[in-house]
Design a protein around this ligand. Structure first.
Ligand SMILES: C[S@@+](CC[C@H](N)C(=O)[O-])C[C@H]1O[C@@H](n2cnc3c(N)ncnc32)[C@H](O)[C@@H]1O
Length: 224
């Protein structure tokens, strides 16, 4: 693994839309979403194995890494996020639980990893915060760093499953903006995943929450 850290060179949307709200992220998720359910389903789909090396892109406060790593302590987990503030939060959370994960800071460009080093990569509630160009770039970077045969698992806002889900999703859009969330609610994430080179792309489930339809997607980097 390359182990350099870079200055953040790209603008980004913080975990809760605004930098001053980042400290409230965990509480807000607990109050607005079925947190145990959506995180447990994500980690069940990830199904981490002892000999695997797994990347979480956009680890936020480290909540998924904490669950995944306690479920499979011998898996090598790595985390990449653009925001130094969440890295501090995630670092303390994981340290308090005696969990050792390499948390790297992303500069918004090329991922700081060599080609084909991860068995699996996952990302949760991140792609709705990326503009269309950045979505495409990050999916192709994930594709590059996965081994042939490697698997991508995404949990994020997807196509609203009914009119009420479309209406409540305006809450997320008002906080995070329409520019980055529109492709999600139009159901376009699977197209981005396919365009990055992934095969067998599919929606594998969804949960209707108080603030929108949270969907799971998967794709495979085929062996050549
Ligand atoms: C809503 S939070 C989700 C955090 C975590 N994955 C979770 O499940 O709770 C979105 C995360 O994406 C990160 N993020 C936003 N833009 C990013 C970018 N361009 N590259 C990497 N991470 C980004 C934010 O710093 C934040 O930690």
């Amino acid at each position: 693994m390359k182990n350099q850290e870079h200055k953040v060179e790209k603008e980004f949307i913080p975990a809760l839309g605004y930098n001053f709200l980042t400290g409230l992220y965990d509480t807000t998720i607990r109050l607005t979403m079925p947190e145990k359910k959506f995180r447990n389903q994500l980690i069940q789909k990830l199904d981490p194995q002892a000999d695997e090396t797994i990347l979480e892109f956009g680890f936020g406060s480290g909540a998924n890494l904490a669950i995944a790593s306690s479920r499979s302590p011998n898996t090598s987990f790595f985390g990449l996020d653009i925001d130094p503030k969440v890295r501090e939060i995630a670092f303390s959370k994981l340290k308090n639980k005696d969990i050792l994960v390499e948390l790297q800071l992303y500069n918004g460009g090329i991922f700081p990893y060599n080609d084909a080093v991860f068995d699996k990569a996952y990302s949760c509630l991140v792609f709705h915060q990326l503009d269309d160009e950045t979505k495409a770039h990050c999916f192709s970077e994930i594709y590059r760093v996965l081994k042939p045969g490697g698997k991508l698992i995404i949990g994020d806002w997807g196509k609203a499953k009914n009119r009420w889900m479309r209406t409540v999703f305006y809450t997320v859009q008002l906080l995070d903006g329409f520019k980055t969330t529109t492709a999600n609610v139009k159901g376009l994430l699977p197209d981005y995943i396919r365009e990055a080179g992934f095969s067998d792309v599919q929606e594998t489930g969804f949960i209707n929450t108080r603030i929108g339809s949270f969907c799971y997607y998967e794709g495979i980097k085929m062996e050549k």
